[in-house]
Design a protein around this ligand. Sequence first.
Ligand code: GLC
Length: 478
Amino acid sequence: MKKVLFVASECVPLVKTGGLADVVGSLPKYLNKDEFDVRIMLPKYMMISEKYKENMQYKTHFQMDLSWRSQYVGIFETVIDGITFYLIDNEYYFAGDKPYGQIYDDLEKFAFFSRACLSALPIIGFQPDIIHCHDWQTGLIPVYLHDSFQGDEFFWGMKTIMTIHNLKFQGIAGIETMKNITGLTDYFFTGDKLGMYGDGNYLKGGIVYADYVTTVSDSYAEEIKTPFYGEGLDGIMNWKSNWLCGIVNGIDYEEYNPETDPLIVKNYNAENFRKEKKKNKKALQQELGLEVDDKKFMIGIVSRLTDQKGLDLIDCVIEEICAEDVQLVVLGTGEEKYENLFKHYAWKYGDRVSANIFYSNERSHRIYAACDAFLMPSLFEPCGLSQLMSLRYGTVPIVRETGGLRDTVEPYNEYEGTGTGFGFMNYNAHEMLRIIRYAKDVYYNHKREWNKIVDRGMAVDFSWPASAKKYEELYRSM
Ligand code: GLC
């Protein structure tokens, strides 16, 4: 039996700020239990809900050196849906109502976490064959493994995988600061290791020292080898390209199932969506105080409101998007300028724009169920999960063809009668607008074609099993 340890900074159902948590929380459930013993390590954040904390058992604790500091490390254990979780406890680092805060605090917090994860293993007696690290917060694990744990027989032969969910965030600080925080010596801060333009970089360290690197779609795996998407690391991605691949994310098809979803008003499936889906639209219009008309073309956006998501394109042509024959429903939080943009239009066009500037899982399900189209014009998108949820709910994605969006949404071709959504290539507001208008035209004037797009979208399969098999193959090959 191969033992695999997932290490990450967030994971459903305990703590989530983005898609990372969905992936870390759902993938382990789909790996073959007879062949792989997969466990998860996470920080024991104070903000984790009481209902989960109650079931965490204290295992042990020890003191650990981190650079010149000596810190307490507590270890708790819990089992959720058959998966064992280890939680690293230290209230100095993991207090607060959010998992992340100021970057310098976070750098120290995750240096502590990474070192504590490795230090804890011999003590709890779990000896993974593979440590599967996710994003910059765990980038130091392959580095520390190489630097200070190799001497211990317990760690011999232990392999690491670094999965990049988003190359934008790397964990960067000046070299002196980083040496102080991490305890790593000068040796590690040259350009072939953690060093980058005079700074230190956790994710780069993880990429360099990991035995294998993956990212969350094939296209993104290619894109990050170019300067536009490489975020300064395209050189290292090219150098690592023989040990780099893309494995597209899946979504939890049990949680996201329009036929059984308890959070939506009217359940439906691929056979009866023509009649039943629009009842969800009517219900949402009522709920949000929009004009109730199940024929109106309703566009949904569920997103972190950040630049990555292409919101400046929307900003540029929002007046044109919010035409009289459209309803726009937005859910999410983020940068103030975008929050204000949507709030303003919800005020200006109260009967057709709804701005929900918060996050609600329930409301997100209702939006996927109610809308006709889902807009995702990302500047870059490692994978993207919302378009997969939309496809599952028969809501037609309108996307920019980048990263995982390009790999999962096939653009409609009216001549061949193919495609599951609408796509545009260039990062250009009017190109996006043209595609939105095209989608609207198909919806209003070629309804049978529209419904066939929905048919095809609901028939594609982005559940986890196919992607989980690829991770299994990778684990076996190591
Ligand atoms: C990040 C990426 C997103 C991806 C998710 C899970 O949030 O921005 O594209 O789907 O991670 O891998």
